[in-house]
Design a protein around this ligand. Structure first.
Ligand SMILES: [Zn+2]
Length: 249
């Protein structure tokens, strides 16, 4: 099969092989076995954060998928040359990989990842892009943040008394936050406004969003906690352990 792909992860497999994880434009995420044959003279470097056209065989029931050819067209050189940008880009790639499942098509996540990497390459602010990316990635994966009325009683929120629950993934009024479990943070009107804009702005204008250092310090930990909550909910091992303990009761 043929698809546009971004290499988002790599891990060793066997003595001299690797499993490469690609995010595909049409085909979702796929893990492919790859081994470089020593006799071939052509040297290939396959690293996360490369994009291009991929030829592959999808995984079968008992066989890993196989990489046939990867024609790399983009490596984002300015991102690679700057440590902060590179760390940010690797977070984008890793988060996309974690929030998608093999074989489930998610073209909007592919487009989102391509767009933020391109903005990062052109010099957009990494922290602000992370706000846009994380919120939209969570939304595309079905965990969109509620930034409107109180998530519980639907009351209009007064700008000065808004609380955010990372477990519920939304805002709450002062009365409703009392009964909430998990981490609750007070969140200011500036942060709410930036997060709303991050979700509504057209992707090609992502570099227009402005968030000062204070707002980034307020918003980014919230997004990090949302990922933790969501990944724990999604993790098959955690679900399995919960089922095991429930069945013993
Ligand atoms: Zn409420």
């Amino acid at each position: 099969m043929k698809d546009s792909a971004i290499l988002v992860g790599r891990r060793p497999a066997g003595a001299d092989g690797k499993i490469l994880t690609f995010l595909l434009r049409e085909g979702g995420k796929v893990g492919l076995y790859y081994r470089r044959f020593p006799r071939r003279m052509k040297v290939e470097f396959l690293d996360p954060l490369q994009a291009g056209e991929l030829l592959y065989t999808p995984p079968g029931e008992n066989t890993p998928g196989r990489l046939h050819a990867f024609h790399c067209e983009e490596v984002w050189p300015r991102v690679r040359a700057d440590f902060d940008r590179l760390v940010c880009a690797l977070h984008f790639a890793d988060a996309a990989s974690q929030m998608t499942r093999e074989g489930v098509p998610v073209p909007e996540i592919f487009e989102l990842l391509s767009a933020v990497l391109s903005h990062l390459e052109k010099g957009a602010d990494p922290g602000t892009l992370r706000i846009i990316y994380d919120l939209r990635l969570l939304q595309a994966a079905g965990f969109g943040a509620n930034l409107g009325r109180c998530s519980s009683c639907q009351a209009e929120l007064s700008a000065s008394m808004v609380f955010f629950s990372t477990r519920a993934g939304g805002v709450f009024c002062r009365d409703c936050r009392a009964g909430m479990e998990g981490r609750i943070r007070k969140i200011g009107p500036g942060a709410i406004s930036v997060m709303r804009k991050a979700l509504s702005l057209p992707l090609h204008m992502a570099d227009r969003l402005r968030a000062g250092e204070g707002l980034k310090r307020e918003i980014l930990p919230i997004l990090g906690e949302m990922f933790e909550e969501v990944l724990e909910k999604q993790s098959p091992s955690v679900l399995f352990l919960k089922k095991m303990s429930a069945s013993r009761r």
